[in-house]
Design a protein around this ligand. Structure first.
Ligand code: TNX
Length: 540
């Protein structure tokens, strides 16, 4: 018996050592550690087929990373005997985003069906490198990894309307996503608090709607300082130029991230309507509505009876679709205040002529008209789950946020769904006891609750479950004004989410995750990232 305990403790300590050296998040599908190691030193070369231009960014990404850690600049495609080799070839089982990573003493071989897969292989590889600067060498244990994602949609949303974050910060956000194999950056570009995207045809959107205005119509800060002294806190507003957007989209693409833009309608449009009041029901200018907490006011919706509103949106969406190559375009659709529609003669006339029974059906009419615009450009429309009310547009994808109910209903109807229920996936909620955390929106979405989230509801059959494209965390920024706060709210919860959307369900293991998490937190400390240390008296 004693012998057995001794043996078990040795085995356990080996297991722990293995855990400590390899702490890949999200957990790969299969990982087998072997004896020995590959040593990256100045005699190592990176090899790939230069005919495949799409592999180059990944090669350069790895080269840059190794230089940062070891100080060594590796040569590319020269003749040396220690090789980090990239290869695209036909592989079954691992799909479009999967990869194989084989490390032996003389070669690191990353193979995949696509450049995307190679990129994820590199992301796993760099998680096996030392965290901090070494002396020109780095050891990587010999191993074999086979890996591919569980879901195709692995998203995170950032609200840049309630508070504006400069383009560089958006890139940092994208960097964090890519480290953990997330592949969708949902960019909430506009809301009641401010319009943040340059639209050439409608200059008042950025001259006026991007900046806060007080009750008298006076800009809070028309020409003065837009940022705090350290350039990180946005105070009054701001917007992204089309050039910045193109740059961000390309930056994201090089990291395998699709940028899905969201243009909110018909509600959450206070800032826009203050600049273009003719698109509202009563045509009046409503200043002072841009307070971050005042969205969805009575006068905050497009007039659904006014064709000018649809012409405007057609123009806006065509500029948006030219900027964003994403297959999906998000059109919001949540929390529409329909009170003005009830008393608007044009809206009532529209309901009569279209045979619509109530304002919910008018909302559905609005969204269906917008879907036609999106579909005409070969794109797909996504909306928040309120778009189910009054009848779902024929090809819509539903982002289920109030709970999973909307997503379940849509999947049963044969529509695609992204699960993003506020509980537990809203990252603007508290991570721990509120007295230990900065002010948050409310509710508790602890690391553990996110880790244990299952995107496929039990109510769905296997066939229906295929409509669940994946899952997403949302960071609304009513209370969040700075880069530090953004980091704090997504770290480390995004790591838990990455495992929910990437790793096989049966591999989910809360204790194992906590062990693997530790070195990542150390890395955040070294990089100066802020994150919640999780004072979770509430262990939920
Ligand atoms: C609901 S989620 C909203 C947002 C708020 C958020 C705060 C959704 C589609 N609408 O406008 O910022 O709650 O948690």
């Amino acid at each position: 018996m004693k012998k057995f305990v001794f043996l078990a403790s040795i085995l356990l300590s080996f297991a722990l050592q293995a855990q400590q050296t390899l702490h890949i998040i999200p957990e790969p599908v299969s990982l087998e550690l072997q004896k020995g190691s590959f040593r990256i030193d100045p005699s190592t070369v990176i090899a790939y087929n230069t005919k495949n231009k799409d592999v180059e960014p990944t090669v350069l990404f790895l080269k840059e990373y190794i230089k940062r850690i070891t100080g060594t600049t590796l040569e590319i495609n020269t003749k040396k005997n220690k090789i980090i080799r990239f290869e695209i070839k036909k592989l079954s089982e691992i799909g479009d985003e999967g990869y194989l990573l084989n490390v032996n003493p003389n070669e690191i071989l990353i193979t995949a069906n696509t450049p995307k897969g190679l990129f994820y292989g590199v992301q796993s590889l760099i998680q096996t490198l030392p965290l901090s600067r070494t002396n020109s060498v780095a050891e990587i244990p010999c191993m074999q990894i086979k890996d591919y994602p569980r879901f195709q949609w692995r998203g995170l949303m950032l609200d840049t309307s309630r508070h504006f974050f400069a383009a560089d910060m958006v890139k940092e956000f994208i960097d964090l996503l890519s480290l953990y194999k997330m592949n969708v950056f949902h960019w909430h570009l506009v809301d009641g608090a401010g319009w943040r995207l340059e639209i050439k045809k409608y200059p008042k959107l950025t001259e006026q709607a991007a900046w806060r205005i007080d009750d008298t119509g006076k800009p809070w800060n028309w020409s003065g300082i837009e940022f705090s002294a350290d350039n990180t806190k946005s105070i009054y507003g701001g917007y992204y130029t089309q050039e910045e957007v193109k740059d961000i989209v390309a930056y994201a693409k090089a990291r395998n991230i699709t940028v899905v833009p969201e243009i909110e309608m018909p509600g959450h449009t206070e800032a826009l309507l203050a600049a273009y009041p003719e698109l509202s029901c009563n045509g009046k200018v409503h200043f002072g509505n841009q307070d971050v907490f005042l969205a969805s006011k009575v006068d905050g919706s497009f007039c659904a009876g006014n064709d000018k509103a649809f012409d405007f949106l057609q123009d806006v969406l065509s500029e948006v679709m030219a900027l964003f190559p994403s297959k999906y375009i998000h059109i919001g659709g949540d929390e529409v205040n329909k009170d003005n529609w009830k008393v608007c003669p044009k809206c009532q006339a529209r309901m009569k002529s279209e045979g619509l029974k109530n304002e919910e059906e008018l909302q559905s009419y609005f969204i269906r008209r917008i879907e036609k615009i999106v579909v005409s450009k070969n794109r797909k429309m996504i909306g928040w789950d309120e778009i189910l009310e009054g009848g779902l547009a024929p090809e819509a994808t539903v982002m289920s946020w109030r709970s999973e109910a909307g997503g379940i209903e849509a999947a049963k109807m044969g529509h695609d769904v992204i699960m993003s229920p506020a509980s537990p996936l809203y990252l603007d909620y508290y991570q721990g006891d509120s007295e230990n955390e900065p002010q948050a929106f409310g509710g508790f979405n602890t690391l553990k609750r996110i880790y244990n989230y299952e995107p496929i509801p039990k109510e769905l059959t296997t066939e229906q479950a295929k409509h669940i494209l994946g899952s997403q965390g949302n960071l609304w920024t009513e209370y969040i004004t700075s880069r530090e706060e953004v980091e704090y709210m997504i770290l480390p919860r995004m790591l838990a989410l990455s495992e929910v959307v990437w790793s096989p369900k049966e591999k989910r293991d809360w204790n194992g995750f906590n062990l693997r998490l530790k070195p990542h937190l150390t890395a955040f400390d070294q990089k100066g990232f802020r994150y919640s240390k999780g004072n979770f008296k509430v262990d939920i």
